[in-house]
Design a protein around this ligand. Sequence first.
Ligand SMILES: Nc1nc2c(ncn2[C@@H]2O[C@H](COP(=O)(O)OP(=O)(O)OP(=O)(O)O)[C@@H](O)[C@H]2O)c(=O)[nH]1
Length: 314
Amino acid sequence: MNELHWLIDMVQTIEVGLVVLDKNFDIQLWNGFMENHSGVSPNSIKGSNLFEQFDYLPADWLKQKMESVFLLKNRAFISWEQRPYVFKFKNYRPITGRADFMYQNVTLLPLSSLTGQITHISMIVYDVTDVAINKLQLKSVNERLEHLSQTDGLTQLHNRRYWQICMQKEFDRHARYGDETSLVMFDIDHFKKVNDTYGHMAGDKVIQHISHLLSQSLRETDCAGRYGGEEFAVVLVKTSAEDALKFAERLRNKIETTELVYEGKPIKVTVSMGISDLQDRVGNSGQWLSFADQALYKAKEAGRNKCLIYKSKA
Ligand SMILES: Nc1nc2c(ncn2[C@@H]2O[C@H](COP(=O)(O)OP(=O)(O)OP(=O)(O)O)[C@@H](O)[C@H]2O)c(=O)[nH]1
């Protein structure tokens, strides 16, 4: 007799929500945890329908789950990752105070009668707010770290390492599907003079200014990176060398005609660009890059502020 009394005491005070429902989803048991967090007492809720009492519950979805527990006599689980909560309870935990509501894992358990029939089910509600918040924070920190490891700090373009990964991916895609893809490399003309005349800080601003103009010119699928100090590289997917030349000319012209004002002084720069598309002669991604680089070198030789497509010597 004592044991039953103890058990009832424990059910009432345990830091886990316990609810018993009959086949009509009418509430038969509502423990202290459920009372504390919902503000509804067991006496006032007993016998009432769960879905009428809490009309925000996803009734169709939850009923389907519960009916399968009745039918298959198996447990079912609802994880916070699938649905952050079933019962909308406020979160009062001091450590994870940033969560507005309590994250929950819920187990649905078939309860058999003395004759072995499943006439009721139990909902066991676990408060997993601490675990959920830690996991979400870790995920967000990892995403931030991943972004930082791929991004150039000065320009917010892809850094060289990550850009090379993107470039290789597009090279492989071309090898498999044969899509036209072009690579544009460009470099600021006489940049050393900008640094020498206006200072290194002004040089940095010029690099940022050009990155901004570049970013404005890109499509979602294009992959742009800061390849080196004042050198940039862009992969244009589904783009022929002729179309890449049009893109390059537009950008070159924009850079030439948009001056940057630094500490009251106007600074004008130009860029030279080299373009290489992917044709059979390109054996690997390194060669692709080298062809664009050779075209860039030719554009510099030809007087700078120019865009040239790579032409093979053969
Ligand atoms: N401010 C600034 N300068 C940089 C950065 N990275 C490289 N540079 C400078 O860029 C200059 C590049 O000079 P060069 O390679 O001689 O080329 P250039 O003067 O642009 O001449 P051409 O490319 O031949 O037109 C050097 O003075 C580098 O110090 C950077 O992040 N910020």
